[in-house]
Design a protein around this ligand. Structure first.
Ligand SMILES: [Fe+2]
Ligand SMILES: [Fe+2]
Length: 206
């Protein structure tokens, strides 16, 4: 299996090389695609609106909408931290130890996500909302205490699936209008998918 895959990879590489050689003549790049930038205008624009920091005039997304969206993601992450913490400390029973450790690891990763999102909100000129009063109403995922280990794992899986879908929608919304925020959300999404996978594995083992 591995050998076949390897051979295929080599085959497609040699096809590519052949193509380049045919169109070659020292210039493999098609005409009319040179990178050109008006450096003088760029330098002038950079000197204006210095208060905006990293947000330059060509920022194509709606900054307020992005900040609001990220604040909802922040609330979701913080609620997930609290839920995983609760589950970590409340996990009891014969299979509890490795599950409790998994909950703790997820709580730490959700906290990392919250920190990254808060930092990006500030970079965009917004304010991260850590207000505890409105936290659960702004969060996409719910805080469900869970009565036993199985309940807890199931609720965490539900929350992860909510997070996965909402991150995917945010990524779709941003498109190529704010690639830095999008890339961050894509990285977070990949971790949420691992979390969901972990929870499903635990449910299977229970
Ligand atoms: Fe997260
Ligand atoms: Fe997660």
């Amino acid at each position: 299996m591995h050998t076949a895959k390897h051979a295929k990879h080599h085959a497609s590489q040699s096809v590519d090389t052949g193509k380049h050689a045919m169109t070659g003549n020292g210039h493999s790049k098609p005409a009319g695609e040179d990178f050109h930038i008006d450096v003088r205008a760029l330098r002038e624009r950079a000197r204006e609106h210095l208060d905006d920091g990293a947000v330059t005039e060509d920022y194509r997304a709606d900054r307020d909408a992005v900040v609001q969206m990220l604040n909802e993601a922040l609330a979701t992450e913080l609620v997930c931290v609290l839920r995983y913490k609760r589950h970590h400390f409340m996990a009891t029973g014969i299979h509890a130890e490795p599950v409790a450790a998994e909950f703790a690891e997820h709580a730490a990763q959700e906290q990392e996500h919250a920190d990254r999102i808060a930092a990006r909100i500030v970079q965009l000129g917004g304010e991260p909302d850590f207000s505890p009063d409105s936290l659960s109403s702004r969060s996409h995922a719910e805080y469900v205490p869970g009565q036993n280990l199985r309940d807890m794992i199931r609720e965490d899986l539900v929350a992860e699936r909510i997070a996965i879908e909402s991150y995917r929608e945010m990524i779709h919304y941003l498109g190529d209008r704010d690639t830095t925020t999008r890339r961050m959300l894509e990285e977070i999404l990949a971790v949420e998918e691992e979390h969901a996978d972990d929870m499903r594995d635990l449910l299977d083992r229970e």
